[in-house]
Design a protein around this ligand. Structure first.
Ligand code: NAD
Ligand code: DAU
Length: 356
């Protein structure tokens, strides 16, 4: 079978990556979409079982830190485009094991950049290297009238955000130095189906369902800007196809929530869906020791993406959260499979004896 383009998506078995892979495989049958994933604890091929037999989809099991492997993969497929999502993504894990983040997020990204540069040398015209990054590289906000824009100075404050900031700098350096055709996006917090239950929203859904304590860090006053994962995938599609070479786009939902308010909302929604008396789940809220170096507030100004590329979120937060809770309740075996193994060890080391 011959294809118009061959696209490499890294980290496609993870939370956001699986939604991006599904969008590309189903909307662009003329592209061959190659999903490269190491299948770490966060990678799960179950996320893609509905599309994995389509003829334009290929899965490759491998590690972006393995330079020779990455060079071989580029030689095999002669990719026209790369959408790079593979990463260590959890801030708490970066506090206990920062080197894993240096290896995958920095060295892994540089291996991909080198392979693209060498493969596309002398023929960069219709090529594109898309690096998916985070709003956390901008640091934290205090003044409620301030938002992160594309020109906000970098100020990463956790090992995770420092590793992502470093990779962003390398991507832009390869554009400036070698003319690599790159595009970067920095997105706010995602939520939705297939979100690994170490992160706030799925962790709370899982604990509410199981009647376990709901661990709120500090006083629950930190603010995050939540975006439905499918809207992030739609933004990536728009930027990959129509973004300007060398540019950066901020992606966000204009949807800020204090953690405690969000946990209250989830408790009410879960009580309603589970048929519990209202107020039952809120009794599970437990304040625990704060995250070290916990950033206070993130908030994205996505005006550039909306005005230049015509992107807008497709769902309200209420709709997205309701769909998300329904997805978890209707796919409970997905979360049970994940939480039955090593997750238990992680959970005990993170949360036991941490009540503040
Ligand atoms: P995730 O942890 O759910 O998935 C990461 C995927 O990368 C997994 O499938 C994992 O197996 C794979 N992976 C990890 N190390 C690898 C390696 N060395 N080689 C190959 N594959 C490897 O992450 P996510 O939440 O889906 O985030 C995806 C990307 O989006 C990341 O780059 C993250 O920084 C960025 N991002 C995430 C959010 C968010 O709210 N989750 C927001 C903005 C940006
Ligand atoms: O902003 C984008 C980033 O959002 C992404 O780059 C990261 O990959 C992604 O993990 C996410 O980072 P956060 O640290 O904001 O997400 P997390 O779900 O871990 O935490 C959200 C907020 O909830 C944060 O203020 C910490 C708090 N929290 C989290 C957990 C897991 C709790 O209060 N209790 C918890 O148990």
């Amino acid at each position: 079978m011959s294809f118009e383009k061959s696209i490499l998506i890294t980290g496609g078995a993870g939370f956001i990556g699986s939604h991006v892979v599904r969008l590309f495989v189903t909307q662009y049958p003329q592209y061959q979409t190659v999903n490269l994933d190491k299948l770490t604890y966060a990678g799960n091929l179950e996320n893609l079982k509905d599309i994995d037999s389509l003829p334009n989809y290929v899965f490759e099991h491998g590690d972006i830190v393995d330079e020779a492997y990455i060079d071989g993969l580029f030689a095999k497929y002669q990719f026209d485009g790369v959408i790079h999502l593979a990463a260590e993504s959890h801030v708490d894990r970066s506090i206990t094991d920062p080197m894993a983040f240096v290896k995958t997020n920095v060295i892994g990204t540089c291996n991909l950049l080198n392979a693209a540069k060498n493969t596309w040398k002398g023929n960069m015209e219709s090529k594109r290297f898309y690096h998916v990054s985070t709003d956390e590289v901008y640091g934290e906000l205090h003044d409620p009238s301030e938002f992160f824009v594309e020109t906000t100075s970098y100020d990463p404050r956790s090992p995770y955000s420092a590793s992502k900031a470093s990779s962003d700098h390398f991507v832009r350096a390869y554009h400036n130095t070698y003319g690599l055709p790159v595009v970067v996006s920095n997105c706010s917090n995602n939520y939705g189906p297939n979100h690994f239950p170490e992160k706030l929203i799925p962790l709370m859904i899982n604990n509410i369902k199981n009647g376990k304590p709901l661990p709120v860090y500090g006083k629950g006053e930190n603010v995050r800007d939540w975006l439905y994962v499918i809207d992030h995938a739609r933004a990536i599609d728009a930027i990959f196809h129509n973004g300007k070479n060398g540019d950066t786009y901020n992606i966000g939902g204009n949807n800020e929530w204090k953690n405690l308010d969000l946990v209250h909302l989830l408790c009410d929604l879960m009580d309603q869906k589970l048929g519990n008396p209202q107020g039952k789940s809120k009794e599970l809220i437990t304040y625990v020791t704060d995250r070290a170096g916990h950033d206070l507030r993130y908030a994205i100004d996505a005006t550039k993406l909306m005005t230049e590329l015509g992107w807008n979120p497709s769902v309200t937060f209420e709709e997205g959260l309701s769909k998300t809770v329904d997805w978890y309740l209707n796919n409970w075996d997905w979360i049970e499979n994940i939480t039955s193994g090593d997750y238990q060890k992680y959970y005990s080391s993170m949360y036991e004896n941490k009540t503040s």
